[in-house]
Design a protein around this ligand. Structure first.
Ligand code: SF4
Ligand code: ZN
Length: 316
């Protein structure tokens, strides 16, 4: 589906019609000036995910893909789409990995959803927990440090997923980050003045320093993912992590959602800005080089990695 698609007209009841076939639409996309029905939305989302994977060479024949499956809507959509696209690549298989951080009142429901989905799709499922890896659950580790929740959790979760993926024999890690997440990260890093982080892209290229991390949903908006799941009866309303309220991301998310509503295409423009910056900075000192952590040997941009830094503070 290209940009030549024209906006569909409204049915007598005011329901927009699909720009491809004239059936009642389930989603309007003002930034692309078209509406899509259920069939064409599913087709379009899956085709755009396949295009992202193809364009960036994210998956290679023979890969074993570790899918980070939180059980929430993004990773659910990712696993569903990858299992449908799998036949396109020779000898590629999937293993889903769920990290149980140990967050009371939140994780149990998403864990159940992850187990049920992998059973339904016939995908191997592994669960790893902070308790086993870091000897404490997140709730305990965060006592008195709640405002740093997402920073600490993010570092530890990344480590847990990477180690579990390596232990499962994976050659690549796929996560469910969508267009909204990516645009939020660009804006957050710009707000913090962290340009090296803004430009960091561990999915680009393969290296023996780390398992490549790819984001096949990076071009798909949160709204598209929610509707994609909803029209197929795959959408489950799950509780939100109680620590999100401390996160800068929550404020940036609300701000960007408002801007996107008032100025459709804002998130796509932010991503375009990042791409242009990447091109301008290629090969310059602002692009950080990766080394091995002096203490654990994991890849990092400083002398010791963030996990080891936490080992000296939070994890001791
Ligand atoms: Fe961890 Fe923050 Fe996500 Fe909660 S919202 S799971 S604390 S990163
Ligand atoms: Zn380290």
């Amino acid at each position: 589906m290209g940009d030549s698609v024209v906006a569909g007209s409204d049915a007598p009841g005011g329901i927009p019609l699909c720009s491809c076939c004239g059936e009642p639409a389930v989603i309007s996309r003002p930034e692309r000036q078209h509406h899509l029905c259920k069939t064409h939305l599913i087709e379009d989302v899956e085709a755009r995910v396949a295009a992202t994977i193809g364009k960036e060479g994210q998956i290679r024949p023979g890969d074993r893909i570790a899918v980070g499956l939180s059980g929430g809507k993004d990773s659910t959509a990712l696993l569903v789409i990858l299992s449908r696209l799998l036949h396109r690549w020779q000898g590629v298989d999937l293993v889903a990995i769920t990290v149980d951080e140990g967050i009371a009142g939140y994780r149990a429901d998403t864990l159940r959803a992850a187990e049920s989905l992998t059973r339904q799709l016939g995908v191997e499922h592994r669960i790893v927990s902070f308790c086993n890896i870091f000897e404490n659950d997140l709730d305990t580790l965060l006592k008195g440090r709640e405002t740093q929740a997402c920073t600490i959790c993010g570092v530890l979760r990344k480590k847990a997923l990477a180690d579990a993926a390596r232990a499962a024999g994976a050659t690549v890690i796929a996560t469910g980050h969508n267009l909204d997440d990516e645009a939020q990260s660009v804006l957050m890093n710009a707000l913090r003045g962290d340009i090296p982080r803004l430009l960091r892209n561990t999915g680009a290229g393969r290296s023996d320093l780390f398992l490549p991390r790819v984001k096949p949903l990076a071009a798909i908006s949160e709204k598209e993912i929610a509707v994609y799941l909803f029209v197929q009866g795959l959408f489950t309303l799950l509780p939100e992590c109680p620590y999100t309220r401390y996160a800068l991301r929550s404020e940036v998310r609300a701000l960007l959602a408002k801007l996107e509503w008032q100025h459709p295409g804002t998130m796509l423009h932010l991503m375009e800005s990042k791409r242009k910056l990447e091109q301008m900075c290629a090969g310059t000192p602002v692009m950080e080089k990766l080394h091995r952590c002096r203490e654990c040997g994991d890849p990092c941009s400083g002398v010791i990695c963030q996990v080891c830094r936490l080992r000296h503070s939070v994890l001791k």
